[in-house]
Design a binder for this molecule. Structure first.
Ligand code: ZN
Length: 418
């Protein structure tokens, strides 16, 4: 009896041999080129892709997954998310969301959203602030520990901005409560210190807000932020709508303009020249109507909705590098956050962006902006196995992305066809 127990113990205590997973893929899309390879075998071992090709032999002991009737591509990347934030509906002020919900609840909200969007095919996200008191860093840690399945996350920590964050007209009696979400930085030294503080608390990307208050960062301020962040190998994302503030952001060398709803052709041309990414957060009009009108730009959903489509079309025609970013922070009855993120596809189509370029913005370009192109964003040997599949061809109808029925994250199957 004892001996049998010992044998059982040995069996379970022994490290399992790395199981190879072989995906038989009917069509494999390379979003970098828009090319499709038919009847491919993708081998995955220890979380990474080890080989891809039509003539790849499947090892005898491999777990075989039949995706021969499916369209297979790299996992999706959303370069502008706030998974821990949901704006409180009913035209409540923007600040209500962080006055009413503590960091623990916000972290759990982030976990809930992260799991939903992973199932829908988003295997990497870039969190650009408004995450409570570094809740995103904790969420990222929990995923790394393997406690839960979740997307790869890059986090911005607290948003760096001029005094007051993105709040306005808060009476002095309330104190500087925005400090849990923002770092007030009104000088180059304060910007530097904010960047150091964020890095200390686990942030990956720098996020500044350049034109959400009466004070705009100068080109010199932006340069300081960019130099400091780049010295630590981190990119700089800047919230800016347009105008002179956007000139400062682009000339200051930011890696990405977030939103950029009011960018002129001249500004887009400069972005193209400098290789600045546009993360357009191209809201559908119906979503804009649900946002708190915290500033004049967001006040008229119909006008802004049209403006976004026009700007997206111009940026695409001018060849500006674009990465998909949703910025979904509201809720709609009966719909998940992932459903709402996919609503942006219609905006991109209306703006005249062909499906191949939309897929590129959601994979290849996102990986470049996040500086993870050598690890993710393609189905290539050596990269992490972040792979999704769907029954329809997204190059023909990009809405096929709504029907993703297979998701592999770091080599682990987290969603498979029923
Ligand atoms: Zn945002």
């Amino acid at each position: 009896m004892q001996r049998r127990l010992l044998l059982l113990w040995m069996l379970f205590a022994m490290p399992a041999a790395a199981q190879t997973v072989a995906l038989r893929a009917g069509h494999v899309i390379d979003p970098a080129t828009g090319a499709v390879a038919k009847n491919q075998v993708i081998l995955v071992e220890n979380g990474k892709i080890t080989s891809v090709g039509a003539a790849v032999a499947i090892p005898k002991d491999a777990q075989v997954v039949d995706l021969s009737n499916e369209w297979v591509m790299p996992g999706l990347i959303d370069a502008h998310t706030h998974l821990t934030l949901t704006e409180i509906p009913g035209k409540a002020p923007f600040e209500a969301s962080y006055l009413k919900e503590g960091s623990a609840l916000r972290g759990l909200r982030g976990l809930h959203n992260a799991q939903i969007i992973l199932q829908a095919g988003f295997t990497t996200v870039r969190e650009v602030g408004n995450e409570a008191n570094y809740a995103c860093s904790d969420l990222k840690r929990a995923f790394k520990e393997g406690w839960f399945d979740g997307p790869t996350m890059q986090c911005a920590g607290k948003i760096i901005g001029p005094f007051g964050g993105q709040s306005g007209n808060i009476p002095p009696e309330q104190g500087e409560f925005w400090k849990w979400e923002y770092i007030d930085a009104d000088s180059p030294d304060a910007i530097r210190r904010g960047i150091h503080e964020n890095i200390y608390y686990g942030a990956d990307v720098r996020k500044l807000v350049a034109d959400n208050s009466a004070f705009h960062y100068s080109e010199g301020d932006l340069r300081v932020a960019v130099e400091e962040a780049h010295a630590a190998g981190r990119p700089v994302a800047v919230h800016v709508y347009g105008g002179a503030a956007a000139d400062n952001v682009i000339r200051g060398g930011a890696d990405s303009v977030e939103h950029g709803f009011e960018l002129t052709d001249e500004q887009l041309r400069l972005m193209k020249e400098k290789g600045t990414f546009l993360v357009g957060t191209d809201f559908p009009t119906a979503h804009l109507a649900g946002l708190s009108p915290s500033n004049d730009v967001l006040a008229n959903a119909d006008v802004l909705g049209k403006k976004i489509i026009d700007r997206l079309g111009r940026a695409h025609r001018m060849g500006v590098k674009m990465a998909f970013g949703s910025d979904t922070v509201t809720e709609m009855p009966g719909r998940t956050r992932a459903d709402m993120m996919m609503d942006y596809l219609a905006v991109w189509r209306t703006a005249g962006v062909p499906p191949a370029d939309i897929l590129k913005a959601m994979t290849t370009n996102g990986a470049e902006l996040l500086r993870i192109g050598k690890e993710r964003g393609a189905i290539t040997a050596g990269l992490f196995a972040d792979i999704i599949a769907m029954p329809g061809d997204p190059l023909e109808d990009v809405e096929s992305l709504r029907k993703v029925n297979f998701v592999m994250k770091n080599g682990k199957i987290v969603h498979s066809p029923k």
